[in-house]
Design a protein around this ligand. Structure first.
Ligand code: PNS
Length: 159
């Protein structure tokens, strides 16, 4: 049974993330969507909200499940028995950001990172951009799962 961890902040999960999880499931038997905390980021959604939205987004993907990541990703990967980390790439800028993390995670635990090119039709879809579009009242229904679009609309009407 091959297991991969697909980690991220998922603030919130987008259709780009879901696409990468779907592609990863063509390679691995099980994909754990690891919802992590990056202390350098000011999150729009609380950890439990990010987890719940990720769970609803992957509910129809057999073999995918969501777990919170506490502490080091390298430790989490070892604890879950996963054989790889999976990350999606939209382009060269993503690779630049991911390279050092992949090497650090391998240094810490020996685990390899597998990069998957996402759907080019979703190459512009980033959580940060989606939040900005939503904040200004733009159309996001073709960028994020239905539950995420509703949650962003609720958040933006709260402020
Ligand atoms: O979606 P993001 O914010 O780009 O994801 C970054 C994330 C959460 C995958 C990264 O910050 C991470 O792995 N955090 C867990 C703590 C850790 O292991 N840090 C060292 C990374 S080499």
């Amino acid at each position: 049974m091959s297991i991969a961890v697909c980690p991220g902040s998922f603030d919130p999960i987008t259709l780009g993330h879901v696409d990468v999880v779907r592609r990863a499931l063509t390679i691995f038997d099980e994909v754990i969507v690891g919802v992590a905390q990056n202390p350098g980021k000011n999150y729009r959604f609380a950890p439990e909200e990010r987890l719940a939205l990720a769970e609803s987004a992957i509910a129809d993907l057999p073999g995918a499940r969501v777990m919170p990541v506490h502490g080091l990703l390298a430790d989490f990967v070892q604890d879950t028995g996963a054989s790889a980390i999976v990350k999606g790439l939209r382009g060269a800028a993503d690779f630049d950001a991911e390279q050092a993390m992949a090497l650090m995670n391998r240094h810490l635990s020996g685990v390899e990172t597998v990069f998957i090119m996402g759907d080019p039709r979703l190459a512009h879809v980033a959580s940060s951009l989606v939040k900005d579009v939503a904040r200004h009242g733009g159309y996001i229904d073709d960028l994020v799962p239905t539950e995420v679009a509703a949650a962003l609309t609720r958040k933006d009407s709260d402020v």
